[in-house]
Design a protein around this ligand. Sequence first.
Ligand code: GTP
Ligand code: MG
Length: 206
Amino acid sequence: MITIKEAKFLTSATRLADCPPPDLMEVVFLGRSNVGKSTFINLILEKNLAKSSSTPGKTQLINFFGTTWERQESGEIFSIRFVDLPGFGYAKVSKDTKKKWEKHLWEFLNKRISIKLFIHLIDARHTGLGIDNDVSSMLANIARADQRILDIYTKFDKLKKNEQHIFYQKGCLVASNNDKIIDKRFGGKTKIQEIILNGVLGIDTN
Ligand SMILES: Nc1nc2c(ncn2[C@@H]2O[C@H](COP(=O)(O)OP(=O)(O)OP(=O)(O)O)[C@@H](O)[C@H]2O)c(=O)[nH]1
Ligand SMILES: [Mg+2]
């Protein structure tokens, strides 16, 4: 069992050079624009910290959140930074702006040495999109031996029961901002927190 002892906004940056020193283990959340990255961060941290919106393109900066986790069983304390990123593929900006953002984003993902875990959020209703396949292969290319990649399917509440069943059968990690749904079959927020902490620490759970 895990308790989030503290979670607070730290700072924002537009590119790697503006980021805080890479002195703490970091988890980055990436995925298509509007997939639910900021909402998921708030769900995990049990606080409304990351700004979410029904309008795509809400997050336009690299946002850092400082968090402190306690593992109840052992009393161990961990300081972990969460990083909320702008979404990929946001259409309503000029081509040049989009290119510049994505260049900064990949430079950050590629060179930020403190990243321990990449969490790739994918809309459960739209799996197998080209843009998500590209993100997956880019991540597989850049990930070092001390870094993990985790795929989590969001907006699970929008699926029909039989569609949800397929995800459970495959053992996929799923999420919804309606926590009751993940709780029922999956172990809910508590289990995802456990998986994230183990991912950051490089501990294999299965
Ligand atoms: N039904 C449902 N809606 C969700 C879920 N997660 C997020 N949303 C909604 O989806 C919209 C986008 O959520 P955000 O968290 O802002 O998405 P984002 O990926 O951070 O978006 P950008 O910052 O624009 O890239 C909001 O209206 C959320 O309320 C979910 O699990 N279920
Ligand atoms: Mg966002």
